[in-house]
Write a protein that binds this ligand. Structure first.
Ligand code: SF4
Length: 427
């Protein structure tokens, strides 16, 4: 593994998650062109969206307390943005601001709402949290929200509370036309009576039918697992279950609501069930992926690695977030994890996915700013040649899938355009 952070953009992405960044006054000298820092409900992030070398998208913590003592400072130098190390001012990397979508400032025709309040780009995909706030945040006398979570704090700040199917569709089409998105992610919290899939399905059906885009759904695990068969038939391509913590005692402490309502085992059963639904589908052009999501930094690294090994052994793909002590959350006072503790986790993430032959990095134009993706774990592997053959097979699969998917998307757009629905004619 390349340990020089100036030559390893993956390591820089990880280091910035763990240490954050300060922003020099020179940054504000020019008109701001990037994406403003948003507090939305569709993700964990609150940071500055940047593009690093090798086309890595990231969301760098700048508002949290720990970022104030970061050794990294962002300067504007003529036309360039440069991260330097404090002290000797050594240049670490040149970076770019993630492009700010023009549609953020437009209003929906159906409801006259600012489009950025309906959905926001996280890297290059569109994240939407279409319904009311997670009910763990509303319980009295005591809330049972997950302790790292900021969803209830963000409500109504940059994100509208409830969103109609019509206005969501308008925003998806705008993001497709102007930002060339290929993937839409729908996210909910917990609602009494397992209603989250009932709530999401009308959005999913309409967006799939009108746009043909890849669609993901992130909700608690439904008690009727056959609902996932139906979601798959409906055209959903990814289901994600955030159990966050592998250690059972720690899970109860960090996620009291999830423990009470579902329990860790129900999350694991859903991941396993959904992974099996996709088996035999590996070369399908209608992809289906089961994801298990964890947060690294809230339990010992070996527990995160156990979780990764379990998820991949079931044929599912892990999503690994780096714990960020967001302002005003129950865990705001905790330290972020140490980079050196995270490196083996992300190295293992990549290797475990490759060992199991999982289809990582195949979806076209999906770059994620809030997490280090399994394929980005390559930056931490000790023996990059170990999976050379599997990498070649994966690259070929990616090419074939990309061509087919983008061709289908173009055809879909043309059909919509012929019917007079405003979608672009190029992928
Ligand atoms: S389930 Fe937990 S992480 Fe998800 S929105 Fe609710 S409190 Fe936040």
């Amino acid at each position: 593994m390349q340990t020089d952070i100036r030559r390893n953009p993956g390591l820089l992405k990880l280091e910035l998650y763990c240490k954050g960044m300060r922003i020099d006054d020179s940054f504000f000298n020019e008109t701001r062109q990037g994406r403003r820092i948003m507090r939305t409900r569709a993700g964990l992030g609150s940071g500055l969206e940047l593009l690093l070398e090798d086309g890595l998208w990231t969301n760098v913590p700048v508002a949290e307390d720990f970022a104030k003592s970061s050794p990294y400072i962002l300067f504007r130098e003529d036309e360039k943005l440069v991260i330097r190390r404090d002290g000797d001012r050594e240049k670490i990397a040149e970076v770019e601001l993630s492009p700010k979508p023009e549609w953020y400032e437009q209003k929906t025709k159906s409801s006259d709402k600012m489009m950025s309040r309906i959905g926001s780009l996280q890297g290059t995909y569109l994240g939407i949290y279409p319904s009311k706030v997670c009910e763990y945040w509303l319980e009295k006398p005591e809330k049972s929200n997950c302790k790292f979570c900021s969803v209830g704090l963000n409500l109504g700040v940059d994100d509208a509370d409830e969103k109609s199917v019509e206005e969501v569709l308008e925003v998806v089409i705008a993001a497709r036309n102007e930002s060339r998105i290929t993937y839409v992610d729908f996210n909910t919290g917990h609602y009494e009576g397992d209603t989250y899939l009932d709530i999401l399905e009308p959005y999913v059906r309409r967006v799939k039918e009108e746009t043909g885009l890849l669609i993901g759904v992130q909700t608690p695990p439904h008690n009727d697992l056959s609902r996932y068969d139906k979601l798959k038939k409906m055209g959903v391509n990814r289901v994600s279950f955030c159990f966050e913590i592998w250690d059972r005692e720690r899970f109860i402490d960090v996620c009291p609501g999830k423990h009470r309502e579902y329990g860790l085992d129900r999350y694991l059963e859903a991941i396993d069930y959904c992974a099996k639904l996709g088996q035999g589908d590996r070369f399908s052009f209608d992809p289906w992926v089961s994801n298990g999501e964890i947060i690294a930094g809230l339990e010992p690294p070996e527990k995160s690695i156990e979780a990764i090994d379990w998820i991949t052994s079931r044929g599912a793909i892990p999503t690994v977030c780096v714990f960020r002590p967001l302002q005003a959350t129950d865990y705001a006072h905790l330290d972020p994890p140490k980079t050196e503790d995270m490196i083996p986790i992300f190295g293992r993430l990549y290797e475990a996915c490759m060992e199991q032959g999982l289809p990582i990095g195949v979806a076209p134009n999906v770059h994620v700013s809030l997490v280090l993706l399994p394929e980005e774990g390559r930056y931490f592997t000790k023996n990059p040649r170990k999976f050379a053959l599997k990498e070649m097979a994966l690259a070929a699969k990616k090419q074939v899938f990309r061509r087919k998917f983008l061709g289908d998307l173009e055809a879909h757009d043309r059909r919509r355009a012929e019917k007079g629905i405003g979608v672009s004619q190029s992928a």
